[in-house]
Ligand binder design. Sequence first.
Ligand SMILES: Nc1ncnc2c1ncn2[C@@H]1O[C@H](COP(=O)(O)OP(=O)(O)OP(=O)(O)O)[C@@H](O)[C@H]1O
Ligand SMILES: [Mg+2]
Length: 1049
Amino acid sequence: MNADQLFKARRHQFITILGRGSVEVFESILDRLLAWDLLNWEEYEYVKSPGLLSRSSRNLLDVITCKGTRACELFVVVLKDVIHSSQLTGLILGNYKPPEETDESSASLSSLASQTLQKHRPDIVRKLHGHIAAVLELLHRHGHFSKYECEEVQLPIYTPSQQARKLLDLTKAKGDDTAKVLLDYIESEPGPVKHILGNICLKYQEKLSSTLAAQSRFLTNYAGTENMCLEDIYVDCILEIANTAAENDCLSFLVGLEDIFGSDGVSNKYADTVLITGEAGSGKSTSLQKIQQLWATKQAFQDITFVFAFSCRRLNFIDKPVSLKILLFEHCCWPDDHQDEVFQYILDHPEEIMFMFDGFDEFKFQFTDEEKHCSPTKPITALNLIFNLLQGNLMKNTKNVMTSRPNAVTANLRKYLQKEITLKGFSREGIEMFIRKCHSNSSSAEHILHFVEANSALHGLCHVPFFCWIVSKCHEQLMQNCSDFTHTMTDVYLLILEHFLLHFTQSCQGINEVLLSRVATILRLSKLALDGLTSCCYIFSAAQLREAEVSEEDISLGFLVHSHSFSHACSVVNKRNYEFLHITVQCFFAALYITLNDNVGQSTLYSLFKHNQENTSPNMMSAACLKGWLFYCDQSGEQHKRRSEVMLQEAERSNLQITASFVSGLLSGRHRNLMGKTSLIQRRSKKCKLVKKCLAKSIQKHFLSIPPAVGGEKKSMHALPEFVWWIKCIYEMQDNDLAKQAVSKLDVDHLKLTYCGIGPVECTALAYVLKHLKNPVGLQLDYNSVGDLGIEQLLPCLDICQSIYLRGNNISDQGISKLVDRALDSCNLQKIALFHNNLTDACTPYFAKLLKHKDNFLALRLGNNHLTAAGAEVLAEGLKQNNSIQYLGLWGNKIGGAGACALAAALENNTSMLWLSLVGNDVGSQGAKALALMLKKNTILEELCLQENNLVDEDMLHFAEGLQNNSSLKVLKLAQNRISRKGVEFIVKALKHNVTIASIWRKSRDCRGDRRNDSRKKIDILIKNWKRELCALLLLPSWFFCLMNCIDR
Ligand SMILES: Nc1ncnc2c1ncn2[C@@H]1O[C@H](COP(=O)(O)OP(=O)(O)OP(=O)(O)O)[C@@H](O)[C@H]1O
Ligand SMILES: [Mg+2]
């Protein structure tokens, strides 16, 4: 369908979308149309005239469609640029593909100042943000604008963008001299220049930054236990960003905290919010605190004038309606005078304002965009205010950064995100740096590090910063207990429990005695924890503590800390409020309650472990729940149980999962006797049986739900998100029999766990359970955060893997050394895929060794890494000694001509390799020649992929020669090179002597439906027929003609 036909057919939808959109969007479209000369001034005046947006949209469509197909095509390009793709692509464009953006339409504009303003109108509108007053003052001073005109442009009914457009329209009407003054101003002020702050705002900025600097100086969770200076302890975590610009939409790369607002990874340029997601304890709050500190101490983010930081946990407490002004001034920082001026500055300069929202998952309600609010002064609920800030209904163009655990991010919220960054905890080096920072004495740091690195599961746990902090803090106990290794998350949290209790009692009693002597305290704290968790309450008032009978002495143990004030002036958050030193510690205590308390019956346990399958809206709370946070008080056993089941369904999902993992750990054989009398231990054994049954059944049920394999294919299972959680619970139980029972009867060939947030901790658990699988499987872990640490954790289950897929997992050469060492002894393992990691030539000796010694190895895929010719040469040495490998993928490396030569030499006499991909390796003529000659001798290779390699026509001469003497190659892929008709002719001649080749690719296959592609299909079919009918077809001119058709035109 042509673009003009599209407009006729879908006119109604176009008008609906334009008419229901905002004035800002419509005017942005007009800016671009003017800039491209698609509208002349009269037309612009006509369509923008005030009135209904739907009428203006109709007028605009009429004007554009009258201009013909090309104008319509360009109009679609403009629409695609301005309107969110979910609206446009799915609803209207369908299969229609607009042409690439060009600037041909603007070529006609000459260099008059007014025309330059028009040509760059969209950029200039943006650039003028924050400059309107200064420009008007200049134009007024030079006599171009009257005072009245200046006031009209600045009328408060207009947004900053509309003021800029008014200014441009008026300038255009005044003529070229006025335009020249404006243009000179813009050119002398490159980029959006920060407004020079007046004294009033400067004073407020100073107050705000000194408040934030003070708040961010110490690590917030340990207030009361120790003063940990952020500067002294902070270590950069791994931040990963999805590269949506990449063709396959799944490549990702790392960014530093200072770069979060950069252009990388932007998926919606019209949204203002950057979201940082990460699992519990991965360092989200700490990262925001760091950003806050960087700004307040003038180390970064200096294009921002004011930063306002909020904790969602505390925002829950604002129960009265608030306006934006109240939220900023009363809950962040109060301007000592001229509040109105400061607030006006904030409203006028949104691009200079940063909002930070920490812990979006801690909000009591799920995100909704139903209630629109755009008045900065009218009060509404704090929750709605934040939702509207995120949507840009209030204060569009601010810089927002928000953190959340992943499962609280809904599709609805995603629409308003500019980009998503994943926080993946510490790297191996990060762990080392952190431990060194915690222990100034270098020999003790060395000692701890050595201990941690020697215990692989513990090392994996340290990848989560909070666990790393516990390990580092409790190192003495840890090393004393070294005979009883710390493997699990529960072990780590028991360490901190013991540490605080021992520290408090300062006695030399054994830990069990100390725990027993404190059972009552532990029960009180754990009850408080569970009550809070089930009502999404993480801050406790003095009254709540009294009700839960938590005494001053209980508090002084250190698990409860003063609720620090992220948003300083928050009236409800003051010294008398407490929170657990981390939410995961609250989960741990809640688990202690569930395990230790007899009143918690089997049905509660059942609903805890079943929770996720049934609850679809984990964060939505009922009003009853909000009121009755202390549901355990004063209730009969039966009431208590029933209520607890209901309440468990309301709690935040990831916290419940963490609690359930701790319950599993505490019920494990290793810890069941903790603090127990015989009768209690018997009850716990019952609970343990039930949990085991739940876990084994859940996994088996999940497997049973997989449809049977279709004829000839492998049975494949794509794991549900709960799968990893169940596996982690089994691991916490440290029960091999349970692991065996859960998976040993499962009949599956391929286990797919892509994009499941799997890090080293999850790898440990996976290996622990999956090693009991009955048959070898393909384990697909693409696009997780396995890393080198995770590779180490996976080794125990490598024997049961027939293939392992680790694409996009930030693995380096160090990880490969461990992987290959183990792979050499893993008889089942035949395939390794490591596409898009951080591999360099240094990993190739390991693979060469693997090839040399593993004689059943089938496939190695190392695409999109950093291998060069040197690496390829080492691989080639390994290849020479291998006669099993069938697939080798090196797509997107840099092996160049020399690397290709080495591989070609190794393959001359190879007897196994069927498929070789050297796509995008710049093999050039040197490599092409070597590969072509290899074809003369090689008798096995069936497919050779050489797209994107800068090959030219002359190189085809060599391939022609190679093909004439080859009788194995079936597919030769040569698309995206510089081969013309002449090059194809060389190949065609050679085909007369080759009866094996079935397909030669000149264009990429992915343009389905394309006419040229049809002709390529024809040639494929033709070659196939030709193969059958041999030389009979060879002489027919028709096949030659078809072949010619696939030449790039
Ligand atoms: N970058 C870091 N450098 C040093 N320590 C860190 C870092 N990040 C986190 N930590 C340690 O881990 C603890 C927990 O981190 P944080 O509270 O930021 O996790 P979180 O991701 O916000 O967890 P939650 O999902 O529960 O809110 C911190 O108090 C600190 O001790
Ligand atoms: Mg947090």
